[in-house]
Design a binder for this molecule. Structure first.
Ligand code: HAM
Length: 449
């Protein structure tokens, strides 16, 4: 092993005298555990159902791409690219980065797989982890998860933007997300935005001395981002700045009016927010952000907008596109704060068996019950019945199936309801139907078997 590899921690051999080392997840990353993962599962399943009802198909993407793809798409001056990417040199010296978001990859995949040949627009969604080296806090992680949807190709018809927004609002409604607030803005296109940016820069320069160091720097690098400032003492100055709405070209203004009209047609409530600028460079025209309750300062649960120029930056033909990404961690957090976390799932049946013959029967019973969609715990070793029932309680099992020599000989099995202590005798052939029926009564959504 080379010295460099040793320093990096590869192949370290445990030293006999060294203190035992404890490993921890890297700062800003975390394990998602049951029962919380059941909520993640439900959220993703509902996303799939709702998105499919709007004609979206799933795309699965690589977790890493060339650094250049993100630099070009998201923009060199953005925080994401300039400070937050996890980049490394591959063995062939190409610079690789863990994806900080999915839009760049979806666009690359659209071009690379010749999806322009498909009927347009192509509607894709993807769910998975993203990586940004931000300062971790509530709702902000270095590995976080996004549910991302993109509409690629097609036209700039405002109905496309509005339907996309309607879809995410419907999804949140189905989940029962509380305190949902949709903000929209139009940030112009490559014709009119540069003129506004110059005007804003000129006005910001006039008050430069009264702004903090971050905003001062952004006046030169990315003046739109100054509008995003949360600093108390900058608010009054920013409120006095020129609004983009007054600088839109006629096409953009017309398009924005169309988006608002289409949202109203769909009964989607929105608030116009001229200071909503988004942190990534590829946007044009209609952009939006959605906030929800219970999230503190990191309350943006979804962000998105149009990015008509991106495909050209990636070497493709002019292509219209729009999309959004939901911060799944924040969505889950908000649902949990509203008391929507699922109760830990126990077992349906704990099989308390004793004796070798009973064990063979227990294995067969477990197989049949599992095939019927029931959650079964089959202990790996014989236990006294008292101990087995104690274990069944701890696992919050609904029933204990008691299998001893008597039961095996008579073919009449004992089923004990743990909450009441009530016991019934059942023939093996009736057991599956009985338990399936009971489960369906307790949970009408359970239809497997
Ligand atoms: P974004 O605004 O950078 O947009 O991220 C979208 C959402 O991801 C945020 O609103 C937030 O909920 C979540 N998020 C971002 N960073 C973190 C973090 N460090 N920890 C937890 N959650 C986070 C995009 O990523 C664009 N690609 C969205 C898009 C798709 N635009 C067009 N198509």
């Amino acid at each position: 092993m080379s010295e460099a590899a040793a320093k990096k921690g590869f192949g370290e051999k445990p030293q006999p005298k060294e203190e035992r080392r404890k490993f921890q997840a890297i700062k800003g990353t975390r394990d998602l555990l049951p029962p919380e993962t059941a909520l993640w599962h439900r959220v993703e399943q509902i996303a799939q159902e709702v998105f499919a009802s709007y004609g979206f198909g799933e795309i699965r993407l690589p977790i890493f791409e060339t650094t250049d793809l993100f630099a070009r798409s998201i923009g060199l001056e953005t925080d994401v690219v300039s400070k937050e990417m996890y980049s490394f040199e591959d063995r062939d010296e190409t610079s690789i980065s863990l994806r900080p978001e999915a839009t760049a990859s979806v666009s690359r995949a659209y071009l690379e797989n010749g999806m322009q040949q498909l009927p347009q627009p192509v509607k894709l969604y993807t769910i998975g982890p993203m990586f940004r080296r931000e300062r971790p806090q509530k709702g902000r992680y270095r590995q976080f998860y996004q549910i991302d949807a993109e509409v690629l190709g097609g036209s700039d018809a405002p109905a496309i933007d509005a339907e996309l927004i309607e879809m995410v609002m419907k999804f949140f409604e189905r989940l029962g997300l509380e305190g949902v607030q949709l903000d929209i803005n139009c940030i112009g296109d490559k014709k009119c935005r540069p003129i506004y940016v110059e005007r804003l820069r000129a006005e910001l320069r006039k008050v430069k001395d009264r702004l903090g160091p971050d905003s001062q720097r952004r006046i030169e690098t990315n003046p739109l981002r100054v509008l995003d400032s949360k600093l108390e003492n900058e608010q009054k100055l920013i409120e006095g700045m020129p609004h983009i709405a007054e600088h839109l070209c006629e096409e953009c203004a017309e398009n924005y009016r169309g988006v608002k009209k289409e949202l109203e047609l769909r009964g989607v409530k929105y608030r116009e927010n001229w200071r909503l600028v988004r942190g990534l460079d590829y946007y044009s025209r209609a952009t939006f952000e959605i906030t929800a309750k219970g999230l503190g300062s990191q309350n943006a649960v979804c962000g998105g907008g149009r990015y008509d120029g991106l495909m050209e930056l990636l070497g493709g033909p002019p292509t219209r596109a729009t999309g959004f990404a939901i911060g799944e961690d924040r969505l889950i957090l908000s649902l949990q704060e509203a008391g929507k976390a699922p109760a830990p799932q126990g077992r349906d049946v704990y099989i308390a068996w004793m004796g070798e013959k009973a064990y063979a029967t227990a294995i067969r019973a477990a197989e049949n019950l599992r095939a019927a969609g029931l959650r079964i715990e089959l202990p790996p070793a014989e236990q006294k019945f008292g101990k087995a029932l104690g274990q069944a309680d701890k696992l919050r099992a609904r029933y204990a199936l008691i299998l001893g020599d008597n039961e095996v000989a008579s073919g009449q099995w004992t089923l004990k309801t743990l909450a009441t202590g009530e016991q019934i005798k059942l023939a093996e052939s009736h057991l599956v139907d009985f338990l399936k029926g009971e489960k369906a009564k307790a949970d009408p959504s359970h239809r497997s078997g």
